[in-house]
Write a protein that binds this ligand. Structure first.
Ligand code: AMP
Length: 225
């Protein structure tokens, strides 16, 4: 299969992580979530974890230089040679430009930027009800995609991890993350729109299966259709 270099784009809570996991599984690509990388460093108490903590807790962006160096390092690993799915990166114009330059240096370019469009009020409703498995990382929603059973534990085969709420999924922090999204991240849509790799999907009121079907239709239609 041809290499696929994909960016999942959209506001926090649009479903980027859920969809990225599914694409990664079906297409055999590494799923690179900058948020997951930062949270992993936080929980392991590394130096990087110490540098990003205050930004994550406040719902603000980690500085571009730091984020870009983490992503450039990850993209240089062997498993990214045949493509990748970036989830949560880029989140600013300088990050988008760094990604373009990094890929161009390897003779590559992005094939597809999937923009999942969801209005703010729906985001607040979704994120307040989001829960993540502390063991396997599976994402659930208490309202829209609850796990089987009493709702307190992961229902993935072989896992029964505790479901926890991310610290930054509390309403005040969600609103801050949304305002950062509109101010700093959303302008990237125009940047990619000009490069014709951007495909927008209506995520409002759509089930994860519906959104995934739309993404597969785009991928099935060939590189960026
Ligand atoms: P996420 O899991 O994608 O919602 O990211 C959680 C948090 O990690 C964000 O609110 C930021 O504080 C930080 N973060 C993740 N990705 C980036 C990025 N590309 N640039 C800067 N900060 C990021």
């Amino acid at each position: 299969m041809a290499a696929l270099r994909i960016v999942m784009f959209g506001p926090p809570g649009a479903g980027k992580g859920t969809q990225a996991k599914r694409i990664a599984e079906v297409y055999g690509l590494p799923h690179i979530s900058t948020g997951d990388i930062f949270r992993d460093h936080l929980s392991r108490g590394t130096e990087l974890g110490g540098q990003v903590r205050q930004h994550l807790d406040a719902g603000r962006l980690v500085p571009d230089e730091l984020t870009c160096s983490v992503v450039a390092g990850r993209l240089s690993e062997a498993d990214c040679a045949n493509g990748f799915i970036l989830d949560g990166f880029p989140r600013s114009l300088p990050q988008a430009e760094m990604l373009g330059t990094h890929l161009a240096g390897q003779g590559h370019a992005l094939d597809l930027v999937v923009n999942i469009d969801v209005p703010d009020e729906e985001i607040v409703e979704r994120l307040s009800a989001r829960r993540t498995c502390a063991v396997c990382g599976a994402i659930f929603n208490r309202k829209f995609d609850p796990p089987a059973g009493d709702g307190a534990r992961c229902d993935r085969p072989g896992c029964s991890g505790e479901l926890v709420q991310r610290k930054d999924d509390q309403e005040e922090t969600i609103r801050e993350r949304l305002s950062v999204y509109h101010e700093t991240t959303e302008p990237i849509i125009e940047y990619y729109g000009n490069q014709s790799v951007l495909k927008s999907i209506a995520g409002s009121g759509a089930t994860p299966d519906r959104v995934f079907a739309d993404i597969r239709a785009i991928l099935g239609a060939g590189k960026a259709g």
